[in-house]
Design a protein around this ligand. Structure first.
Ligand SMILES: Nc1nc2c(c(=O)[nH]1)N[C@H]1C(S)=C(S)[C@@H](COP(=O)(O)O)O[C@H]1N2
Ligand SMILES: [Mo]
Length: 388
């Protein structure tokens, strides 16, 4: 019942794209991934994540349970949220967005002015780069239909000067930062090269799944940068500034920095890189049982997905059925794997996604993962345990 309601809501949300909605409803794989079949039960994972520790519980909120996943779009009230400073409550009537810095014509927009500009939507799976970096953090990922106006024409309208190479996105939220005893109150900020910022995919988004952005997800406006980790998708946006140097704020250059040991001709070198584009990933979401027959359903995201494979315990990799019908290149893909007659006892279930370029979601002992000393960008194969 509840499940059926969820699906209805999902399809209602897609109402404007009626054709897509119909395609989804008629799609056998999606239909079999989510609805509860008569008599079907969801088996809870044996390896339940521990609670979010107090030190992180103000930053990471509203983590759903994988077992509750029953729709392709994540309903707003089940979407995780991350805030490194405060969660500002913004009055849209007094708010405005400024476009400043190395531009010939600085711009300022009220919310209703932005809403009058061309509307564009994208279904995009947004994942925190810290997701799966800790045992308590397995569901920092969700998919929504975001609506806004494209960023590139706004930068064009502002006329970026030739020496402008970097675009910095400032949020309204702020906190104190200390670097070498220097204390400063800083707004949350992330930057992109001008070329990356001009991607036609980037949106200044004001809607999430058909509703105004919820306060915790960035009301009234956020950047949506499809294909990038969550951190790039600046919420509570208030200023876009074009600069002639790389921006080295906390969330570009100190935090959300991956530190990895790599090998070059037998020598170890240390590489530090700013978290940016998403990486190929998958995870099993739920195991269900109907009439004694089992099924594993999961999601794959982070890159255009070509294949998903599943391994039970120490067995071989077996292809899962994957649903590509959504036609949404930045959205996660549901997959399912029939597991008719598992032996009693505890089992380990591992999935791996392979993207269109042939990148394989790495095993935990892959040098990309094993040489990494920070928890960001943890796209290693996820192992879950279930008791039959
Ligand atoms: N202004 C601002 N934007 C932000 C953040 C923040 O703390 N402040 N957190 C980022 C991080 S780390 C993530 S993972 C995503 C999470 O988006 P959500 O809260 O809508 O799920 O927002 C990003 N945008
Ligand atoms: Mo994040």
């Amino acid at each position: 019942m509840e499940c059926e309601k969820m699906r209805r809501r999902e399809f209602l949300v897609q109402g404007s794209a009626a054709a897509a909605g119909v395609a989804l409803l008629n799609n056998p794989l999606l239909a079999r991934a989510f609805p509860t079949r008569p008599g079907e039960e969801v088996i809870s994972w044996a390896d339940q994540p521990p609670p979010v520790p107090p030190a992180a519980s103000e930053v990471v909120k509203d983590l759903p349970r994988w077992e509750d996943l029953d729709s392709w779009l994540t309903p707003n009230n089940r979407f995780f949220n991350v805030a490194h400073y405060d969660r500002p409550a913004i009055d849209a009537n007094t708010w405005s967005l400024d476009v400043t810095g190395l531009v010939r014509r600085p711009q300022s927009f009220a919310l209703d002015e932005l809403k009058k500009l061309p509307r564009k939507e994208v279904v995009f799976t947004l994942e925190c780069a810290g997701n799966h970096g800790f045992p308590w953090f397995p569901t920092g990922v969700g998919t929504a239909k975001w609506v806004g106006t494209p960023l590139a024409p706004i930068l064009d309208r502002a006329q970026v000067l030739d020496r402008g190479i970097e675009v910095v996105f400032f949020g309204s939220d702020a906190g104190e930062e200390v670097v070498r005893d220097i204390k400063m109150r800083q707004n949350f900020a992330r930057s992109m090269s001008l070329a990356d910022a001009m991607s036609p995919e980037n949106l200044l988004a004001y809607e999430m799944n058909g509703a105004p952005l919820p306060a915790v997800n960035g009301f009234p406006l956020r950047l949506i940068a499809p294909g990038w980790y969550g951190i790039a998708n600046v919420k509570w946006l208030k200023r876009i500034e074009v600069r002639d140097t790389r921006y080295m704020g906390r969330f570009m250059a100190r935090d959300y920095v991956t530190i990895r040991e790599e090998e070059r001709g037998g020598q170890k070198i240390w590489v530090e890189s700013s978290v940016g584009r998403a990486l190929v990933k998958s995870a099993a979401a739920r195991v269900t049982r109907q009439n004694g027959r089992y099924r594993i359903v999961g999601m794959a995201w982070g890159a255009p997905i070509a294949r998903v494979e599943v391994r039970i315990d120490g067995g071989g990799w077996v292809p899962a059925a994957i649903d590509q019908s959504d036609n949404a290149p930045y959205a996660w893909k549901p997959w399912s794997f029939d597991w008719p007659n598992p032996a009693g006892g505890e089992h380990a279930i591992t999935s791996r996604a392979i993207d269109a370029a042939g990148n394989v979601q790495p095993a935990p002992d892959d040098p990309r993962i094993a040489g990494k000393h920070t928890y960001w960008e943890s796209n290693a194969q996820v192992v879950r345990r279930v008791r039959i």
